[in-house]
Design a protein around this ligand. Structure first.
Ligand code: SF4
Ligand code: SF4
Length: 441
């Protein structure tokens, strides 16, 4: 079915998926060294349980989580821990990381096979396996999945939405997962629905992926309670609130979570990781990463070990062209520019974008011409021009009054702005400074 319901605002950047959408997932060669940050998720850091000089096997836990909103990390290769030190992290700053040098054997700590009766486990056992495997949202936000699957008793959850939208231009990792691992997606989806005790699930996919839509529709034909929803191609269709609106016509109130209106959203790649965690007790040690952009020689979708440096993925794609201006972790709208290609792939790394100067949109910003285009496109119905100006002139209370914390940093306003105002930059800065002021009180 085609849902005409969409969301207000949004924009239509060229999707740029032609570079890599037809490239089957390629398994990367074994890296010589991996750099595994202890924190890759939203929430409390996990606690280190290994030391320098120790040998580890692939899949062995490097940390444990004593807090609920936290997940452990695992060795993604077998070898020796050469260092435990601060290393550059793709989300900024330096963070404590375990550096493992490969022994070349790539040997697992255990034999991870599907258990025949995994679907009969009780819900608590399932959630414990998901937590132990270190599963965190793989669409980019990296929120611990077992927490998302544990809504408070008073929340009446009735709908799961699996996010296969992948609305960020250039990225095609989720598209390839849907084409190449549809059965695991559906098994993961069934597990999530069992854990949440619900009978209704949607798989939301943008209309620009007709092959994935056709395949998943065929797969869910035999399933009860699961439906593929074809969505308008519009950015940011894959943002949680916009996806829920387009799929169910429900509105998540400002400042609230999807659970308030009975919905849970999970990414399609996360569904595969949940299936592997529950059915095989397999930890999350690898993910599909789209390496693409105008300045990469051969765009690809790579299955990369967590901890592999960006430089190795770029090399695996023939390297960068001479006109490279920017390397981005993620897509062009919400991704973060990197200072170095030595940062590692983490659980939320959906793409590595290598851009030339023209595409990187690095023009100088000009004064606002008050055209209000940013207001028209904001899917959260904010006033990005005014919020950014208030931040620029240190009027944080005014920015707060205008709902700066409701901004999901989707980048639509900056994209549309004819003056090239760095609106999201000001908004992110404003949030950070307001939070600092709150802490200081
Ligand atoms: S103000 Fe925030 S939510 Fe609105 S378009 Fe800009 S980045 Fe997106
Ligand atoms: S789109 Fe840019 S120029 Fe137009 S009102 Fe917004 S900030 Fe000003």
């Amino acid at each position: 079915m085609f849902r005409k319901n969409s969301f207000s605002g949004g924009t239509h950047p060229h999707d740029e998926k032609q570079w890599s959408s037809a490239k089957a997932i390629e398994i990367m060669p074994l890296p010589e060294t991996v750099i595994i940050p202890i924190q890759q998720h939203i929430g409390a850091p996990s606690d280190l349980i290994v030391e320098k000089g120790q040998t580890v096997k692939k899949g062995q836990a490097l940390s444990s989580s004593s807090k609920f909103v936290s997940v452990p990390v695992h060795a993604s290769i077998s070898g020796t821990i050469k260092a435990i030190e601060q290393r550059p992290h793709p989300l900024g700053a330096n963070l404590l990381s375990v550096v493992i040098e490969s022994d070349g054997e790539d040997s697992w700590i255990s034999d991870f096979k599907e258990e025949p009766d995994y679907f009969e486990l009780d819900v608590q056992q399932m959630k414990q396996r998901i937590a132990d495997a270190g599963v965190a949202g793989m669409g980019g936000a990296a929120f611990p999945s077992h927490v998302k699957l544990s809504p408070p008793e008073d929340k009446n959850i009735d709908t799961l939405i699996l996010n296969g939208v992948e609305c960020e231009p250039f990225l095609t990792a989720d598209h390839r997962i849907m084409l190449e691992r549809p059965d695991e997606i559906i098994k993961g989806m069934r597990l999530i629905m069992k854990i949440l005790k619900i009978d209704t699930g949607y798989i939301g996919i943008e209309a620009n992926k007709p092959d994935a839509i056709a395949l998943l529709k065929e797969k869910v034909n035999k399933e009860t309670g699961i439906e593929v929803v074809v969505l308008e191609v519009k950015y940011p269709q894959g943002a949680e609130k916009q996806l829920i609106k387009a799929s169910t016509n429900r509105d998540v109130p400002a400042g609230k979570l999807p659970m308030e209106i009975g919905c849970v959203v999970q990414n399609v790649g996360t569904a595969v990781a949940i299936y592997e965690a529950v059915a095989m007790q397999k930890p999350l040690i690898e993910r599909v990463v789209t390496v693409t952009g105008t300045s990469i020689h051969e765009p690809k979708n790579l299955l990369a070990r967590i901890g592999t440096p960006f430089s190795e993925l770029i090399a695996c794609c023939g390297g960068m062209k001479d006109n490279t201006a920017k390397i981005v972790n993620g897509g062009p709208m919400m991704g973060m520019a990197q200072l170095t290609d030595a940062v590692p792939v983490i659980k939320g790394t959906s793409g590595i974008l290598v851009l030339d100067e023209k595409t990187a949109n690095m023009q100088e910003e000009n004064p606002c011409i008050a055209c209000a285009r940013c207001v028209d496109v904001c899917p959260m119905k904010l006033l990005p021009n005014h919020i950014a100006s208030y931040v620029e002139y240190n009027k944080f209370d005014k920015a707060n009054e205008l709902g700066i914390f409701d901004c999901m940093e989707c980048g639509t306003c900056s994209f549309i702005c004819p003056a090239k105002r760095h609106l999201v930059h000001y908004i992110k800065l404003g949030k950070a400074l307001i939070n600092e002021q709150k802490k200081a009180v």
